[in-house]
Design a binder for this molecule. Structure first.
Ligand SMILES: *Cc1c(COP(=O)(O)O)cnc(C)c1O
Length: 395
């Protein structure tokens, strides 16, 4: 076979493996699924006029998130980005600080750092978990930082590295214990971006509950959705109280007066959205078990195909399999765009991973370590249709 024919055959095989799972029809990358009490709860909000910042569903949603994740406190907010913004502020991140952020993440992770007046400092990911590489980061920090008065100082910029934001890529838990050890050792505060990993556990502990604070997103494409929404998780009661206060315009409770004791934010989650969240949470385990079954199905189809592997959950973890992904072998990197073309042409939504943040216009001039592995991942990953609806629900 000529190299051209070999590529052509590979593109055809990968495409037909995907079609074997999705069927021939148009398939979205990730669709919301409303198959429970969504309509009843939302209708109740409208019927009773409790559509906005007051109402029982916000409180109920928060308590149910606590029960599900095991976090002592959950604070519902307007989206995952605002959750990150407030969590970083509460972690003490401010002007003059640097925050360690993977280059392979959605742009919101870095945006939230900028909102605090701080700078992202980009770090590399590893190929097993797709999260920050703890070993590589350790040698990097050892050779580029100094601990001065209990603070980790970047010897090049002179700035304090205040926080680290690990992100659980596509729902797969990062090597969070090792990253936590690293944070302890270098006096860095951990804030976890668990936007993609609701329902993902690292040795039986929910992602987003390892750091001082963790954040969730309920955007329309996530495992469960509130239309738009997010949450802050923490075990610290004081931080939880502050998070609630800051995200609700810092209003001091009073029967009629408007007293605000600092500059707060209007990052509330409306009752209408929380109602949707309560209904979604009732069915989360059904959604996740079908997403896990979908991974099995893809595995069957990709098992015998050379040149590509399905990304599976790291050992010792339970992943929610938010976004299914395949990894092309290096010799097939040049076929990636053809596979994306071919599948999207027939209505099957596939996507590459994010462009590394270090390549984006607003982020190309910030401090960064060598990105060899994240760069590999950015070139070799393809996300596949991942909706739970692709597997029939067992009733
Ligand atoms: C979805 C997502 C966010 C932000 O969520 P929004 O609710 O859309 O603001 C943040 N980080 C990551 C990694 C995400 O995937």
């Amino acid at each position: 076979m000529s190299p051209f024919e070999e590529t052509e055959e590979f593109v055809r095989d990968v495409t037909s493996s995907i079609v074997a799972v999705t069927g021939g029809e148009a398939t979205a990358l990730h669709e919301p699924e409303f198959d429970g009490n969504e309509w009843n709860y939302v209708k109740e909000c409208i019927d009773t006029n409790f559509v906005s910042s007051a109402g029982k569903y916000v409180d109920r949603f928060e308590r149910e998130l606590e029960a599900y994740t095991g976090a002592r406190h959950a604070i519902a907010v307007s989206n995952g980005t605002s959750a990150l913004h407030i969590s970083l502020l509460l972690a003490g991140v401010g002007p003059g600080d640097e925050v360690l952020v993977p280059a392979l993440t959605f742009v919101a992770t870095a945006n939230a750092v900028i909102y605090c007046g701080a700078e992202p400092h980009f770090v590399d990911s590893e190929l097993d978990s797709l999260g920050i590489d703890p070993e590589k980061l350790r040698s990097y920090l050892e050779s580029t930082t100094t601990l001065i008065a209990g603070q980790c100082r970047n010897r090049v910029s002179g700035k304090v590295i205040r926080a680290m934001v690990p992100m659980h890529t596509f729902g797969h838990p990062s090597k969070i214990r090792e990253l936590l050890d690293l944070c302890m050792e270098f006096s860095i505060t951990m804030v976890e971006d668990a936007a993609e990993s609701l329902g993902s556990f690292y040795s039986n502990k929910h992602t987003g509950t390892f750091g001082l604070l963790g954040t969730l997103s309920f955007n329309g494409n996530k495992t469960i959705t509130t239309g738009g929404g997010g949450a802050i998780l923490t075990d610290d009661s004081n931080l939880a109280r502050k998070a609630k206060h800051l995200t609700t315009t810092a209003k001091v409770p009073h029967k009629w007066r408007y007293i605000h004791d600092e500059v707060g934010y209007n990052y509330r989650l409306p009752n209408l959205n929380a109602a949707l969240g309560c209904a979604q949470l009732e069915n989360i385990e059904s959604k996740i078990s079908r997403k896990r079954a979908l991974s099995e199905l893809y595995q069957e189809k990709f098992n015998n195909l050379n040149g590509v592997s399905l990304i599976r959950e790291p050992t010792g973890c339970r992943s929610n399999y938010w976004l299914q992904a395949i990894l092309l072998n290096p010799q097939f990197i040049s076929s990636r765009d053809q596979i994306l073309e071919r599948t999207n042409e027939i209505g099957i939504s596939t996507r590459p991973a994010w462009d590394l943040l270090t390549t984006l216009k607003p982020y190309k001039d910030f401090p960064s370590m060598d990105m060899a592995q994240a760069d590999e991942l950015a070139k070799r990953v393809i996300n596949l249709p991942s909706s739970p609806q692709l597997i029939k629900a067992k009733k």
